[in-house]
Design a protein around this ligand. Sequence first.
Ligand code: AMP
Ligand code: ZN
Ligand code: FE
Ligand code: FE
Length: 291
Amino acid sequence: MRIDLHTHSLASDGTQTPAELVEAAARAGLDVLGLTDHDTADGWTEAARAAETAGISLVRGMEISTRHEGRGVHLLAYLPDPAYPPLVERLALILDGRNARVPAIVERLQDQGVDVTEADVRRVAGASAAAGRPHVADALVERGVVADRREAFDRFLSPGRAGHVHRYAAELVTMIATVRDAGGVTVMAHPWGRAAPGTLDEAAFAGLAELGLSGIEADHRDHTAEQRAELREIATNLGMVVTGSSDHHGLGKVDHDLGCFTTAPDQYARLLELAAAAAVRSGRTTPEVVA
Ligand code: AMP
Ligand code: ZN
Ligand code: FE
Ligand code: FE
């Protein structure tokens, strides 16, 4: 059984529609796909329909932009009730924050002599729940300023670069509790990856596990083989679930092909058990896995 629990569609910064993503997952030989767009459940309905047609399992999830001790970290949330009001409110704050900073990014880029407009960014963001840095990057590619998203981040959009503008993120510990109260389970996305270099150590993970964090995404392209082994050991010591996934973004990220990292079936089964227990405790109506 091949299980990939972290992917993105056009509902955030992937380049495939949710249906195209599901179809690509089926063609790639995946049995289980997790759809985890940034801070939104917008792609869920289309993806669920496509998964039924394609005959693969779909786990409805999202990747939430949070902050922990001043650093941006990504939290994977699986099977929460997407209508749970505190979750809805906090996701709206993140999406609004992302959208609201576009004019400031564009202004800074224009100050650098880069020929790009807010309208460009809004147009390439299209149906995405919010326009983020990857869409600014796509606008720069379209204008011929850079060759690809990676170059756009390296030259303009990463922290410390001229086009980097801070935005709101939810507090990690608050969000772990919010997802739990929404009947879902949480897994720390690529904790030692490029986007979160301030390493959470075993003691930190122990504290987060107490607060309800269920798993660690150890197997991810942004981790070295040593980091993956070490994260796996930490998860094992703490009795946490270990996941692996592609973080596929369609054409938006290279070397993140569907299924390039996967989650072991026994770990997936544990995650689903924890989700089922959280759903019961919360009393919320949570999404079923499309089987
Ligand atoms: P935002 O939340 O708008 O600041 O955008 C952050 C998103 O940009 C991340 O979640 C990644 O998907 C993407 N991203 C960050 N760094 C890079 C990079 N170097 N190359 C391509 N995409 C990136
Ligand atoms: Zn992304
Ligand atoms: Fe991420
Ligand atoms: Fe991601």
